[in-house]
Write a protein that binds this ligand. Structure first.
Ligand SMILES: C[S@@+](CC[C@H](N)C(=O)[O-])C[C@H]1O[C@@H](n2cnc3c(N)ncnc32)[C@H](O)[C@@H]1O
Length: 378
């Protein structure tokens, strides 16, 4: 099978997939229903686990977009791949506390393929349903009507969880990595690509990889972005993830690719161990997302990183006067760290059905305008 199929099964097989089952396990490896994959007791943590500061910043950005859209009757926040729903919970709480009018018009729509994650989201969001918030779920974007969303489509660490193809250049030719079962071991075999779409992906980005270069290609991310463009009628897409522009993605320093596995906060590069019990991720190529979006009328609004987004939105003012040792200030510092989450996490903003918005979160520019469309590698 292709590596992509292997990763799809390892993460999303209905019975054994990492995201489709309960994540915790006892010392003998058996799964423990009460534990989660994400968080301090899990395998990795994400920004929403640090503190509601990200949600508070997001609500500031959402309010600005709501204004720019003329305060529509229904403002939808579509969050895809919301994990346990902590960001959703904190966005609803902040919105209720700061903009009652928007809270009354807000529909929070969660698109989540994992039934286990949907249950956890329901658990965290039931108190808000009881307080009258309008919250709904769907399993896939394909179930939503074209142009049905006015508002924002937001995701955090969704795209890095999409299954990827792995390719490499051998004797000047593009080859693909396949996974074969030998006895009770998975081994890799390299052969001709399973689909011409892989070559076409590189061609569209004008990428020529050097001999021996290994990398990942996410065809699913491209499809996803096009579908987001179909579903969004008017508003903004905000995609937060680890990732790079094409130039950086295919830079010589990444000649072995970006695939990483997480198990109990330990990193590994071996996807063939603890299959179904460890997370597998690959960095996101934001240039390919920008390009795919254009095919469904999503225009790039801007590209930034988490640090610059938070500074632009006014995080300093949000923590002003607070005890520097307080949890909120320490969490903000962690999200801002240029050598940590602040610099590693990038945010792509796209818009549709509106003039290019001047967003507060984009007022500082860590990248040159047009950097996403530069051909690579340098
Ligand atoms: C790495 S987790 C991120 C969770 C959360 N956003 C956070 O920041 O904590 C990825 C999430 O995306 C979901 N997911 C992956 N592929 C999906 C798809 N095609 N449609 C909907 N959800 C998906 C997974 O089930 C999981 O909930």
């Amino acid at each position: 099978m292709t590596f992509c199929r292997f990763m799809e099964l390892a993460l999303y097989d209905e019975e054994f997939g990492y995201y489709m089952t309960f994540g915790g396990r006892s010392s003998n490896g058996a799964k423990v229903p009460s534990q989660s994959q994400i968080g301090w007791d899990g395998d990795f943590f994400t920004a929403p686990y640090l503190h509601p500061i990200l949600a508070k910043a997001l609500v500031r950005q959402i309010c600005e977009i709501d204004e720019l859209l003329g305060r529509p009757e229904v403002f939808t926040v579509l969050e895809m791949g919301a994990g346990e729903g902590l960001l959703a919970r904190d966005v609803l709480a902040e919105c209720a506390a700061t903009d009652e009018d928007l809270f009354g018009r807000l529909v929070y729509l969660l698109v989540e393929r994992s039934p286990v994650m949907r249950d956890r989201q329901r658990h965290h969001l039931t108190p808000w349903i009881n307080k009258g918030a309008s919250i709904s779920w769907t399993q896939s974007l394909g179930l939503l009507g074209d142009g049905s969303v006015t508002g924002i489509v937001v995701s955090n660490e969704l795209v890095d969880a999409f299954p990827v193809h792995r390719v490499r250049i051998e004797h000047g030719v593009l080859k693909e990595v396949f996974v074969v079962l030998e006895g009770d071991r998975f081994v890799e075999e390299v052969s001709d690509p399973s689909t011409p779409a892989l070559e076409e992906f590189l061609k569209a980005l004008e990428v020529r990889l050097s001999e021996g270069f290994s990398t990942e290609i996410s065809l699913q991310a491209v499809e996803w972005m096009k579908n987001v463009g179909h579903v969004l009628g008017k508003g903004v897409v905000m995609t937060i993830d680890y990732g790079h522009t094409t130039q950086d993605y295919f830079a010589p320093s990444r000649k072995d690719g970006t695939l990483l596995c997480y198990y109990r906060h330990t990193l590994s590069q071996n996807p063939y161990e603890r299959v179904g019990l460890q997370d597998i991720t690959a960095h996101v190529n934001f240039s390919s997302l920008a390009q795919a979006g254009e095919e469904s009328n999503l225009c790039v609004t801007g590209f930034t990183n988490l640090m610059n987004f938070l500074l632009g939105i006014g995080v300093e003012e949000m923590v002003e006067g607070l005890d520097p040792e307080s949890e909120v200030v320490r969490s903000a510092a962690q999200l801002l760290k240029p050598g940590g989450m602040g610099g590693t996490f990038k945010i792509l903003f796209q818009h549709k059905g509106m003039e290019r918005p001047m967003l507060r979160g984009l007022q500082y520019h860590p990248f040159f305008e047009g950097v996403l469309m530069e051909v690579g590698p340098a």
